[in-house]
Design a binder for this molecule. Structure first.
Ligand SMILES: [Zn+2]
Length: 352
């Protein structure tokens, strides 16, 4: 088989967004990811980073938000909320993150690449249309999805968000939209507070938001089980043209911010399931966009496992079906989503 063409965005300018000492969203995160990309460099195709322009950003964000960012640039360093710092170069770096996510997704949609990873920061999924939030300035994955629809003729997009936090900004960007399916696994209740299973979309988008909240302490078994028994049937029913992954690695057992127990191997199994789904349901079109992950070892293990699944010449072996007996954490999580989406997705809850 021909080797896979797997794109990677990595750019030293992402290190220029730097906050107060001790802030978890720090340049060292990308240095750690960069080590993993370097180790795979002979099998990765570099994708250049460029700044997203106003027209692209306004597909998701408000003019007021752009004004806040340019004012912050004049006042930097400042904080945009309790968690979200803004350094002198932060607007430029955020535009580079968004532009790279857009260009990687486009290259995948056009089949110029089989798949790829955008190793960018700051992360994006908490950024709302009108405000920065939770370390995020621009919503990179939402901007990528809107770019595919605006310029590539892509109609149906699955955004899978496996970051440990709920992607409130992404959900809100698409909750009334039936053509962008948002599926999120997240620790719950936890920051940012949204993501209850009962949030299933609004108006024409009812049913196109699938929240999979999990209590603290869940690990490979619950994540892999939910992918097998919920993500797979939901994706098969939706039939996306492209799959975008908000790939955060803060569900890793070592992560200092959250309380999940996912291992490097678990991330590899999750990535393998998503790779197989993309191959079967989306013509192989799959792009990973970095979100959170605050343990450097967790980032290294998670990104490495993701790349292994992305680079495998043929779809990698899938993990065996995880049991989901009633009363277990996995069984409860499945029952909750099945109740919220009663009858909407054939096979939901079953492993095939
Ligand atoms: Zn996160």
């Amino acid at each position: 088989m021909a080797p896979r063409s797997v794109g990677a965005v990595a750019d030293p300018r992402y290190l220029d967004h730097e906050g107060p000492d001790g802030h978890p969203e720090r340049p060292d995160r990308l240095r750690a990811v960069g080590e993993v990309l370097d180790a795979h460099a002979d099998r990765l195709t570099p994708v250049a980073a460029r700044e997203a322009d106003d027209e692209e950003i306004l597909r998701v964000h408000s003019q007021e938000h752009l004004s806040v960012l340019s004012l912050a640039r004049e006042q930097a360093p400042v904080r945009l909320d309790a968690d979200t710092y803004f350094a002198p170069r932060s607007e430029s770096v955020a535009r580079l993150a968004a532009g790279a996510a857009i260009d990687l997704a486009r290259a995948v949609a056009r089949r110029e690449l089989d798949t790829g990873i955008a190793a960018v920061r700051p992360p994006g999924h908490h950024a709302e249309a009108g405000r920065a939030m939770g370390f995020c300035l621009l919503n990179n994955v939402a901007l990528a999805a809107q770019a595919l629809r605006a310029t590539e003729g892509v109609e149906r997009i699955l955004i899978l968000d496996w970051d440990v936090h709920h992607g409130n900004g992404t959900q809100h960007s698409f909750e009334d939209d039936r053509d962008v399916l948002y599926v999120s696994t997240h620790q719950f209740p936890y920051y940012p507070g949204t993501g209850d299973a009962g949030e299933t979309g609004t108006g024409a988008g009812e049913g196109a938001t699938v929240n999979l909240p999990l209590p603290a302490g869940c690990g490979d078994r619950e994540y892999v089980g939910l992918f097998q028994r919920v993500l797979v049937p939901v994706t098969r029913a939706f039939r996306p043209d492209v799959i975008l992954v908000s790939a955060g690695y803060d569900a890793h057992a070592d992560d200092p911010l959250a309380a999940m127990q996912v291992s490097g191997e678990g991330f590899g199994q999750m990535a393998a399931i998503v790779r197989a789904l993309a191959d079967d349901e989306a013509g192989g079109r799959l792009a990973f966009i970095l979100e959170g992950g605050y343990s450097l070892d967790g980032l290294r293990e998670g990104v490495s496992a993701t790349l292994d699944a992305a680079l495998a010449p043929e779809a990698p072996a899938l993990p065996p079906a995880v049991d989901a007996e009633e009363g277990t954490l996995l069984g409860q999580a499945i029952a909750q989503v099945a109740a919220a989406h009663a009858g909407r997705f054939p096979g939901l809850g079953a492993a095939d």
